[in-house]
Ligand binder design. Structure first.
Ligand code: SAM
Ligand code: DTB
Ligand code: SF4
Length: 352
């Protein structure tokens, strides 16, 4: 069987027509395309950590971390690298292949950069794939992160261009596209998707997927989030989206971006197992694993392990599986790095 061609020229009419297909036909089509590109019984597993929580200057109406709303969230400073490393090790030992670090920033400042660059280097040296989501990025910043070994950068478009101003006013759609382009220019992989259930209509869901599929290169990872309604945000009473419309969004994403990982992202805590199984059937092949997303709850790891067992799903192995020799080299690099860090800190203490 020849694999479906990767297209970048989907029209709104074509995308809308996919959304309007009879449900069974849509799922069948998505699953058939899924099987051309992926093992249908493998799901990629990432773990998330909030490295800087709350007090964000942006006004994203869905977000518990925006400083514009009172959500009762305890704000935190940028975590120390050692704490991040301990969490990354624990995630790796529980089976995550990618570690995603998120900060409640509009964009990283000049002062923040050396810290996050150090984090990338050290998390990477554990043999994990690395991902960060730090807000908007300048070209130079993207390059610095790429040079440190950052594999993925997450920056979502969130919704259609048409609906965007109902959700965020402190930065534009174009700002987001520019950051995405900077990430690509620096040679990193792109993780970009959106949120469903924010009061958008079918054309907005279609418009978002069309934007993503018309990027010069499809994002390697497409997170499809179901809105987590957090008390205190303007979206706390948003009307529930029909769960089948969420599944349809996953199926259409799979059809339009056949070679990308589609992530069943936020919102799983409020979904039953049958709904999650439908999402996998529609072509989702990535999840966040671990009890917490950034600030809100995610299913317990045990529950996910049990779900995978019941569905016969295996966690996807890291893209670059390490041989014993490579693992030793990674370990040696880690030890060397630790040693250098201590020498550096000892020296700076002596000169202080
Ligand atoms: N501040 C950075 C930014 O906005 O790019 C990074 C962190 S931000 C929390 C990452 C993404 O989380 C957002 O783009 C949004 O898609 C998702 N998100 C935030 N709050 C959410 C919620 N309540 N429900 C679902 N997704 C949410
Ligand atoms: C994405 O699309 N979803 C994740 C990740 N990228 C960074 C974040 C979801 C956050 C949900 C709300 C919270 O836990 O604060
Ligand atoms: Fe800030 Fe990101 Fe939340 Fe928007 S989504 S308020 S930029 S943390």
């Amino acid at each position: 069987m020849t694999a479906t061609t990767i297209r970048h020229d989907w029209t709104l009419e074509e995308t809308r027509a996919l959304f309007l297909m009879p449900f069974s036909d849509l799922i069948f089509k998505a699953q058939a395309i899924h099987r051309e590109h992926f093992d249908p019984n493998e799901v990629q597993v990432s773990t998330l950590l909030s490295i800087k929580t709350g007090a964000c200057p942006e006004d994203c109406k869905y977000c518990p971390q925006s400083g514009h709303y009172n959500t009762g969230l305890e704000k935190e400073k940028l975590l120390e690298v050692d704490k991040v490393l301990a969490e990354a090790r624990a995630a790796r030992d529980k089976g995550a292949s990618r570690f995603c670090m998120g900060a409640a920033w509009r964009s990283p400042t000049r002062k923040d950069m050396p810290y996050v660059v150090d984090m990338v280097r050290q998390v990477k040296s554990l043999g994990l794939e690395t991902c960060m989501t730090l807000g908007m990025l300048e070209e130079e910043q993207a390059k610095e992160l790429a040079d440190a070994g950052l594999d993925y950068y997450n920056h979502n478009l969130d919704t259609s261009e048409k609906y965007y101003s109902h959700i965020i006013t402190t930065r534009t759609y174009q700002d987001r596209l520019t950051s995405l382009s900077n990430v690509r220019k620096a040679g990193m992989k792109v993780c970009c998707g959106g949120i469903m259930g924010m009061g958008e209509d079918l054309d907005d869901r279609a418009g978002l997927l069309m934007q993503l599929a018309s990027l010069p290169q499809h994002p390697e990872s497409v997170p499809v989030n179901m809105l987590v309604k957090v008390a205190g945000t303007p979206m706390e009473d948003a009307e529930d989206l029909d769960p089948f419309d969420f599944v349809r969004t996953i199926a259409v994403a799979r059809i339009m971006m056949p070679a990308s990982h589609v992530r069943l992202s936020a919102g799983r805590e409020d979904m039953n197992e049958q709904m999650q199984a439908l999402c996998f059937l529609a072509g989702a092949n990535s999840i966040f694993y671990g009890e917490k997303l950034l600030t809100t709850a995610n299913p317990e790891a045990d529950r996910d392990r049990e779900l995978f067992r019941r569905l016969g799903i295996r966690p996807e192995q890291r893209e670059t599986e390490h041989t014993e020799e490579e693992r030793e080299a990674v370990l040696a690099r880690e030890v060397e790095h630790e040693r250098n860090r201590h020498l550096f800190y000892d020296a700076s203490r002596q000169s202080a």
